[in-house]
Design a protein around this ligand. Structure first.
Ligand code: GAP
Length: 444
């Protein structure tokens, strides 16, 4: 049933232009995905909602956008050169590669029964060279997390914004990991986007701030419509913690598939981890860079390393969760209506304008003019490529919030029918009142 649901979502994503297989005309690049016209809108809306919630609606967080390529010493200081690896084992027959942890002491290849190699460490960072000479001095990495870009700019933020503690830095950007077992559509890929916050606090306030951030971030997901039964918090066991973390709680989503490393039945999987990273990062970067990255508290006249609370989420994974959670099928008369019930802030398209009769130029003209006017204020599309029932279904399938239909009567009374995606209720509204009507609905 759940697998069936994922098949439907992957198929709808391709058919309607949310997510395509990357380089498909060449047979595709495994586990790599491209976002189409609706997908890019959905993903941008996820990022915009996050940024609004953590930057615009707060006084204590500054946004930034660091480069993907960083000085190679960053990754020594962060511990990624030493610690960021998985143990992997290769099958000598079919050449498939497995994470040792997934094999659970199995001695034979789970796919073909072939002999496995001894497990060996495999660093997950993508390595490349900057400049024309490929030697050890030119090695650079594609960042495996956005976090380090914020740590190394700690002093720049202090010098330009002069914040008091607590304060934070927020960033959205690409990250790359040479995952051994990517999969489950966009859930685990080698190229993905993160949305991360590094929140600097007094060490004695870290435990309290961690709890506040867990709630703040949990509420963001539920306020954007993720169903209660599909969302939970899970505290990490000591042995699960990353090398830098003192405590961590994941916000998990109940996906319709089993993921590696997931808790319980395997379907509850991490959307975001909220960790107490202590003063590990600022101390490490002070040591490796020779720059003292401490905070000076003017009132108390003391200098110290702040602790860092880090809410770290994945854009693609979160977008997938919103897509899965929004998927609904319902029986309408003898038909199955597929509708993506996205939250209004996330819906890729807010309004579709549809002429009831596409062979009547006056109706088409009025519908096009109405759409053009609405485009100034709302993400609006015009569609006249089918009968009205088909056009409604098409818009439901991509989660469009309102369909505005222009009919014969509209030519006389300058009114249109506005259909609500979720209730399918229809209101008759004057064209001159449409902006007001839709604004009230969208901003409520
Ligand atoms: N700075 C901390 C950090 O990077 P993480 O738990 O490794 O922590 C944070 O990653 C989030 O990034 C995850 O919760 C997940 O949403 C996303 N993420 C990590 N690896 C991913 C991958 N291979 N594909 C898609 N998303 C990934």
């Amino acid at each position: 049933m759940a697998e069936n649901l994922m098949d439907k979502i992957v198929s709808l994503s391709k058919r309607r232009g949310f997510i395509f297989q990357s380089s498909e005309i060449y047979g595709g690049l495994a586990n790599t995905w491209d976002y189409g016209p609706y997908g890019v809108e959905l993903k941008n809306n996820v990022k915009r909602s996050w940024w609004k919630s953590v930057v615009y609606e707060r006084d204590d967080i500054f946004g930034m956008d660091a480069a993907i390529l960083m000085h190679p010493k960053v990754w020594e200081a962060s511990g990624h050169v030493e610690n960021f690896f998985d143990l992997k084992s290769d099958c000598k027959s079919c050449k498939k590669r497995f994470k040792a942890a997934d094999l659970k002491d199995k001695k034979k290849c789970p796919e073909c029964g072939g002999e496995l190699t001894e497990s060996r460490p495999f660093n997950l960072m993508f390595k490349t060279h900057a400049g024309p000479v490929e030697d050890t001095t030119s090695v650079v990495y594609l960042r495996p997390e956005t976090a380090q870009g914020m740590f190394v700019n700690f002093q720049n933020i202090l010098d330009t914004k002069h914040p008091k503690l607590p304060f934070g830095i927020a960033q959205i950007g690409k990250a790359f990991r040479n995952e051994i077992t990517p999969g489950n559509f966009t859930f685990r890929t080698r190229e993905f986007e993160q949305m991360e916050i590094e929140y600097f606090v007094r060490p004695d306030e870290a435990d309290k701030k961690l709890e506040e951030w867990i709630d703040y971030r949990f509420n963001w997901y539920s306020n954007l419509g993720i169903k209660k039964d599909n969302l939970r918090k899970r505290q990490h066991e000591k042995e699960e913690l990353a090398h830098y973390a003192k405590a961590c709680t994941d916000i998990e989503y109940k996906f319709p598939f089993v993921t590696r490393g997931a808790a319980d039945d395997g379907t509850w999987s991490e959307l975001e981890g909220i960790a107490n990273r202590t003063d590990f990062d600022l101390k490490q970067h002070s040591k490796y860079s020779g720059r003292e990255l401490q905070f000076f508290d003017d009132a108390a006249k003391e200098r110290f390393y702040p602790y860092i609370i880090e809410p770290s989420g994945g854009v693609d994974r979160t977008t997938l969760a919103f897509l899965v959670d929004a998927y609904h099928e319902e029986k309408v008369k003898d038909d199955i209506r597929v509708v993506l019930r996205f939250h209004k802030d996330l819906a890729p398209i807010k309004v579709a304008v549809l002429p009831l009769l596409r062979n009547r130029p006056e109706i088409v003209g009025l519908a096009k003019r109405t759409a053009q006017e609405l485009k100034k204020n709302f993400i609006t599309v015009y569609d006249d490529t089918g009968a009205i029932g088909k056009l409604y279904r098409r818009q439901d399938e991509v989660g469009t919030l309102f369909c505005v239909t222009v009919d014969v009567q509209s030519l006389e009374d300058n009114q249109v029918t506005v259909r609500d995606r979720d209730t399918m209720q229809q209101d008759r509204i004057g064209i001159d009142k449409l902006k007001e009507y839709l604004s009230a609905k969208l901003n409520s």
